[in-house]
Design a protein around this ligand. Structure first.
Ligand code: CU
Length: 158
């Protein structure tokens, strides 16, 4: 009888450990820093680092307000159909979990025209479905130039 309980307990513990381990390895958290200057290139001001990020469905992006005065918000027309928009408060950290595969373009509201923009790709089935539409969104100021560079970087990463 005691042996039976012991085996049962072992099975329960093993199952729980496996479940916890699976969850931990499944979903990841990625950090994107909101910065006044790129530490690798001081000429680049007002940046998200990394500005191109590939993640898996269920992963979380943690936007870290290293410097004040920035925020992150999705750009109209640059997220997959049915995906949730976001808009963070200025100078605050912000966490968001992505479930829908696709391309997500975002910006910092006050520094958009200065080119403070970024791309997140959520990999998975048909993730390129909204890419052409996202590329077609009209950009202004320096954001246009930066997005062109980010699209090229994304193409290289494939
Ligand atoms: Cu900014």
């Amino acid at each position: 009888m005691k042996k039976g309980i012991c085996i049962a307990l072992t099975v329960v513990v093993a199952t729980i450990s496996f479940a916890v381990f699976s969850v931990e390895t499944h979903a990841e958290t990625h950090v994107v820093k909101m910065l006044n200057k790129d530490p690798d290139n001081k000429k680049k001001r007002n940046v998200f680092i990394p500005s191109v990020l590939k993640i898996k469905p269920g992963d979380t992006v943690h936007f870290v307000a290293v410097n004040k005065g920035h925020n992150t918000q999705s750009i109209k027309g640059m997220i997959p159909k049915g995906a949730k928009t976001w808009r963070s408060k200025f100078s605050k950290d912000f966490k968001i979990t992505f479930d829908k595969p696709g391309v997500y373009g975002y910006r910092c509201a006050p520094h958009y025209v200065l080119g403070m923009v970024g791309l997140i790709v959520v990999e998975g089935e048909n993730w390129k479905a909204n890419m052409a539409a996202a590329k077609k969104v009209k950009q202004h100021g320096r954001a246009k130039k930066i997005f062109n560079a980010l699209w090229r970087e994304l193409d290289k990463a494939k």
